[in-house]
Design a protein around this ligand. Structure first.
Ligand code: HXC
Ligand code: NAP
Length: 295
C-alpha cells in the first residue's frame, strides 16, 4: 500500500455528520472528500456560496455522499449558529467539527495595517472559537458527544516572522485545543489538532510562495520541498487519512494531541546545525581534520 492511498476501512464514518469550515477549497475540500468516501455526511461552509455549491455537486457525484453547502462567515457568531441549525435540520445532528478555515499572507509586520492584522486573527482564532462554542454548547445541552479537530501549523509553537498574525492566531487555536481537551472531556467532547507542513493548495501557494514575484535564487530558497528533510511536500490524501482517523471513533482515547505532519520540516529549522546539510560528503574529511587539529 502506498502512503497516498486511503487508509481507513470502508464505512469507518458511516452515520456521522461533520462540519468542515473552509470545506469548499484546498485541504478542507480534500478532507471532506475522504469523509464522504468513508460514509459521513458533511456540511461545508465558507463565505463564497458559489464555490461551496460547485464543490458540493462535484463531491456528491464523485463519492455518492451527502454534502450541505452553507454560506457562513465564521467571524460572525450569528452566521455560525445559523450554519449549525441548517446542519441539524438537514442531517438531524452534528457529530464533529473541523476548524479548517483560515486567512494568511506574507508581509513584514510593520507594513501591516491594524485591519490587516485583525482580518487574519478574526478568521483563524475568532472563527475557530465561534464554531467551537456554538457546537460545544449544543452538544452539552443535548448530552451528546462531539469531536473537534483544529488545523494549526508548526509555527503555532515556534512563531514565525512574516506571517505574524497567523502565528498569533494559530497559537491561540492550539491553546483552545489543549484547554478544552481537558475541560470538555467530562462531556465526552474530544479536542485535537493537526499541524501540517506544506501541502500545495492554490489558496496557500498564491499568498505564501509567490514564485513569480521573486528572483529565481530567492524563489528556490523559500521553496518548501527543498527545506523539508524528506525532500517533498505533503499529499492531500496523507492529511485526509490523519484527519479521518482523528475525527473517527478509532481515536476515542486521543484527546489534546497535536499531530505534526511535515516531513520533519520544523525540527530541521529548529536544529541549530541543520545548515550543515549543505556540506558536501567529501568535505567532511577536511572538516574533521581541522576540528581534531584544534586540540
Ligand atoms: C498587506 C493586506 C494584504 C497583503 C490584504 N491586506 N492583503 N495587507 N499585504 N498581501 C489588508 C487589506 O489592505 C485590508 O486592510 C485588510 O488586509 C483586509 O483585506 P481585505 O482584502 O478587505 O479582506 P478580505 O477580502 O476579507 O480577505 C481576507 C484575506 C484574503 C485574508 C486578506 O487573503 C483571503 O480571503 N484569504 C482566505 C484564504 C487564505 O488566506 N488561504 C491561505 C491559508 S494558508 P486595510 O487597512 O487596507 O483595510 C495557511 C497556511 C499556513 O494558513 C502554513 C503554511 C505552511
Ligand atoms: P484555502 O484553500 O485558501 O482554504 C482556506 C479556506 O478558508 C477557504 O475555503 C476560504 O473560503 C475559507 N475562509 C476564509 N475566510 C473565511 C471566513 N471568514 N469564514 C469562513 N470561511 C473562510 O487554503 P488551505 O491551504 O487549504 O488551508 C486550509 C487550512 O490548512 C488552513 O487552516 C491553513 O492555515 C492550514 N494549513 C495549510 C497548509 C498548506 O500548506 N496548505 C499548511 C499548514 C496549515 P472563502 O474564501 O470562500 O471564505
Amino acid at each position: 500500500m502506498a502512503y497516498n492511498q486511503p487508509m481507513l476501512r470502508d464505512d469507518a464514518l458511516r452515520g456521522k455528520t461533520f462540519i468542515v469550515t473552509g470545506g469548499g477549497t484546498g485541504l478542507g475540500r480534500s478532507m471532506t472528500r475522504y469523509f464522504l468516501q468513508l460514509g459521513a455526511n458533511v456540511t461545508i461552509t465558507s463565505r463564497k456560496l458559489d464555490v461551496l455549491e460547485g464543490t458540493a455537486r462535484e463531491l456528491e457525484a464523485e463519492t455518492g455522499g451527502k454534502v450541505l453547502p452553507v454560506a457562513c462567515d465564521v467571524r460572525n457568531y450569528g452566521e455560525v449558529e445559523n450554519m449549525l441549525a441548517e446542519t441539524v435540520k438537514a442531517f438531524g445532528r452534528a457529530d464533529g467539527l473541523l476548524n479548517n478555515a483560515a486567512g494568511n499572507f506574507i508581509s513584514p509586520t510593520e507594513r501591516l495595517s491594524h485591519k490587516a492584522f485583525d482580518v487574519i486573527v478574526d478568521i483563524v482564532l475568532r472563527g475557530s472559537y465561534n464554531c467551537t462554542l456554538a457546537l460545544g454548547k449544543d452538544w452539552i445541552a443535548k448530552g451528546q458527544p462531539g469531536t473537534i479537530l483544529n488545523i494549526v501549523t508548526t509555527y503555532a509553537w515556534t512563531g514565525s516572522g512574516y506571517v505574524v498574525p497567523s502565528a498569533c492566531a494559530k497559537a491561540g487555536v492550539l491553546a483552545l485545543t489543549r484547554s478544552l481537551a481537558v475541560e470538555w472531556a467530562k462531556y465526552n467532547i474530544r479536542s485535537n489538532a493537526i499541524a501540517p507542513g506544506p501541502f500545495p493548495t492554490e489558496g496557500a501557494w498564491q499568498r505564501l510562495f509567490p514564485r513569480e514575484a521573486l528572483p529565481p535564487g530567492l524563489a528556490d530558497k523559500i521553496d518548501p520541498a527543498s527545506r523539508i528533510p524528506l525532500k517533498r511536500v505533503g499529499e492531500h490524501q496523507e492529511l485526509a487519512n490523519l484527519a479521518a482517523y482523528l475525527m473517527s471513533d478509532f481515536s476515542a482515547f486521543v484527546n489534546g494531541e497535536v499531530v505534526t505532519i511535515d516531513g520533519g520540516e520544523w525540527l530541521a529549522g529548529a536544529g541549530e546545525f541543520s545548515g550543515l546539510e549543505a556540506v558536501p560528503a567529501q568535505m567532511w574529511d577536511q572538516i574533521e581534520k581541522a576540528v581534531r587539529g584544534k586540540k
